[in-house]
Ligand binder design. Structure first.
Ligand SMILES: Nc1ncnc2c1ncn2[C@@H]1O[C@H](COP(=O)(O)OP(=O)(O)OP(=O)(O)O)[C@@H](O)[C@H]1O
Ligand SMILES: [Mg+2]
Length: 333
């Protein structure tokens, strides 16, 4: 599936596959948590990557920032193939590509002040001089709504609330002056009351600074709020991708429909099916959702699933959806 960003792609991922080999009790097992995933992210676009635990979201995010090595496939950033770059080239890439992690407390150094957290990347990636640094740190703190900035510069992470710490983590990512940020569940560990503030800051980054984001989340409601397009992942494969509006208003994949049924206020629920973990073994055929899907046909388990385009910018990997379209060709508005 190649899901094209509407304008020039900043990030292009082509058939990305990641395998992990583990050794437990003398047995060697290889799993494929990311399987031939292709997508693009445009300059200034937010793409949400949505799926339940273990679907491969973090692995994709980590591969893009070069923490995890791709087993096969290609990753391009700003037209450059970065799939196999190493050491110095990865350090240079981190001036342009940053990652925000789920747990802001673990991401910060308890013995460093907020000023020190921001000064290091500003110096390394933007070559900000010592004399200009205080001003730069003030600007970064203002950018994420920590004001008055001078009140925060000398503090340590434990002196801040969870929401304030996540703001510092975002400011630290911005200190590199990146063009692309992978935000891996940036609000899931925060108090519900402050999640909206952090999401608003991220939306601002896209709108004011034109930074592209890969927003990783379990939660379709926040994906709808923050993103331009949503990509739904299950068992390491793309199930469906489309504009945020289409995915929420007109979900075509049974798995997306199941996810939406879990959102409060939505009533359309799929029939209950006993849960079964997706098959992540190497070379597994068919749709990973087939064991849980109420519409499964034999072919769903045995053959590669074709990608069908249901609208411009809306694609779904589902045999049932394809059949439904063939029977009622006017079903999509
Ligand atoms: N370094 C690793 N070695 C072995 N297996 C791994 C490694 N990292 C991830 N996995 C496995 O890959 C699969 C996908 O994990 P991943 O963390 O990408 O999922 P996720 O969608 O981010 O889940 P969550 O929502 O829980 O964060 C899981 O089965 C996980 O156990
Ligand atoms: Mg994860």
């Amino acid at each position: 599936m190649i899901v094209k960003a509407s304008t020039n792609p900043l990030v292009k991922v082509d058939a990305l596959t990641v395998q992990f080999t583990t050794h437990a009790r003398g047995r060697r097992t290889t799993i494929e948590p990311v399987s031939k995933v292709s997508f693009e992210i445009a300059e200034g676009e937010v793409l949400a990557l949505v799926g339940e635990s273990g679907s491969g979201k973090t692995t994709i995010g980590r591969t893009l920032v070069k923490i995890v090595e791709a087993t096969s496939g290609q990753i391009y950033f700003a037209g450059r193939n970065i799939t196999r770059i190493r050491s110095q080239a990865v350090r240079s890439l981190h001036a342009e590509v940053q990652m925000i992690f789920q747990d802001p407390f673990a991401a910060l150094n308890p013995t460093a002040t907020i000023q020190e957290h921001l000064a290091l990347p500003a110096h390394v990636y933007q070559h900000i001089s010592r004399s200009a640094m205080d001003q730069k740190v003030r600007e970064l703190l203002d950018e994420v709504g920590l004001s008055p900035a001078d009140e925060f510069r000398g503090k340590y992470p434990h002196e801040l609330s969870g929401g304030q710490r996540q703001r510092v983590v975002i400011a630290r990512a911005l200190a590199a002056n990146p063009r692309f940020i992978v935000a891996d569940e940036p609000v899931s560990m925060l108090d519900v009351s402050i999640r909206a503030d952090i999401l608003r800051i991220l939306r601002d980054l896209k709108e004011r600074l034109s930074i592209s984001l890969l927003y990783i989340t379990h939660d379709l409601a926040s994906a709808r709020y923050l993103s331009d397009r949503i990509m739904v992942l299950y068992g390491g494969k793309i199930m469906e991708v489309g504009t945020a509006r289409d995915i929420v208003k007109n979900p075509r994949h049974p798995y997306t429909q199941l996810l939406l049924a879990a959102v409060p206020g939505r009533t359309e629920a799929l029939p209950q099916v006993a849960e079964a973990a997706p098959d992540l073994s190497v070379g597994s055929q068919g749709c990973p959702f087939a064991p849980r899907c109420p519409y499964t046909m034999d072919a769903c388990r045995t053959q590669p699933i074709p990608i069908i385009s249901v609208e411009s910018q809306h694609e779904v990997a589902c045999l049932f959806s394809e059949m439904a379209d063939a029977v009622t060709p006017s079903s999509s508005p």
